[in-house]
Design a protein around this ligand. Structure first.
Ligand SMILES: [Mn+2]
Length: 325
């Protein structure tokens, strides 16, 4: 069952009755939760509210352009009390991280979210698991508050919608995305500049690491499996962090004719971390489980003790068996 209880009017009433409002994002914040929080902050300021932004995590450098996002703080226990907590894009209480400590300091609690699994854990919940981005529900919330988006709010809403839809490319992308985009373009949204920051620019260390990953690329089984390896030395020489390797496995998967891809990296603790990917209908999560890992059918991970080349050949053998099975 998809959670579906859109209640912008009920949330608007709670907002109107509150003066001090704590807006909370989820741990490991992304463009949608931060875009939602930044847009709500701007709207609430227009209504004369006192707004605080909280998140258990650091704002990624790439999202520092979001208007007002510099106000975001990790709660330190000294803040509050607040009339209202408003959680945005937070699928359950655990995803609040240490912001959950604020719940007891808030007279009322509410949330706006788009995760199908949301257990409706707040006093008032405006949730629709069918929408591809929370910022679509934020646009609706602004309408319930009689707030017209301005250019800054447009920047926030675009960031959430574009990042959660993979730049309008995922199957979840719907007509509402483009209806809202049409409106935001009319507000002077700097589309080309933001698109470059969000979807094209990479940290230098990541570009260098990409070169290492691509030069390690080998194809097996007539190109149906792509394998890349990164050593500790690659990371050190590129000045790269583990997170810089996160999406590189896709270069292998995006090859014409390739059905499964693997990227293995030596982690700091002496383990080897694997990212496994497959194109539908192929599946890699069962191979991941064989080695104590897990994840989604087409995107899984494994962490293993052992030496790089030896662990890679074991996982590769399992992928070959799976492919021919
Ligand atoms: Mn989201």
């Amino acid at each position: 069952m998809k959670a579906m209880t859109r209640k912008p009017e009920a949330i608007a009433r709670m907002i109107r009755e509150a003066q001090t409002i704590a807006v909370c994002s989820h741990v490991n914040p992304d463009g949608d939760t931060l875009g939602s929080a930044a847009a709500m902050r701007l709207a609430l300021l227009k209504l004369g509210k006192t707004v605080s932004l909280f998140c258990d995590g650091k704002v990624p450098d790439q999202l520092a352009f979001l208007p007002g996002i510099g106000e975001m703080k990790v709660p330190d226990g000294e803040e509050g009390p607040f009339d209202l907590m408003l959680a945005v894009d937070v699928s359950d209480e655990k995803r609040l991280g240490c912001c959950a400590n604020l719940l007891s300091k808030c007279r009322h609690t509410a949330q706006i979210d788009h995760h199908p699994t949301n257990p409706l854990f707040m006093e008032e919940n405006s949730v629709d698991g069918g929408e591809p981005a929370n910022c679509i529900l934020i646009r609706e919330q602004l309408a319930a508050l009689d707030i017209e988006p301005d250019r800054d709010i447009a920047v926030c809403l675009y960031t959430g919608i574009s990042t959660d839809t993979g730049n309008f490319a995922f199957a979840s992308t719907n007509a509402a995305c483009f209806e809202i985009m049409s409106e935001l373009m009319g507000k002077g949204l700097p589309l080309a500049e933001l698109n470059r920051i969000l979807f094209r620019e990479r940290a230098r260390a990541q570009v260098l690491l990409m070169g290492r990953a691509l030069s390690s690329l080998r194809y097996y089984e007539d190109g149906r499996i792509a394998v890349m390896k990164l050593t500790r030395q690659d990371f050190d020489e590129c000045g790269a962090l583990s997170e810089h390797a996160d999406t590189l496995v896709n270069f292998g998967l995006d090859t014409v004719g390739t059905r499964m891809a693997l990227l293995a990296r030596e982690a700091e603790g002496g383990e080897v971390k694997f990212s496994l990917r497959a194109k539908e209908p192929d599946c890699v999560s069962d191979v991941a489980q064989e080695f104590g890992g897990g994840g989604h059918p087409q995107a899984s991970g494994i962490t293993m003790d052992g030496e790089l080349d030896e662990t890679v050949s074991r996982v590769l053998d399992a992928l070959i068996r799976k492919l021919n099975g």
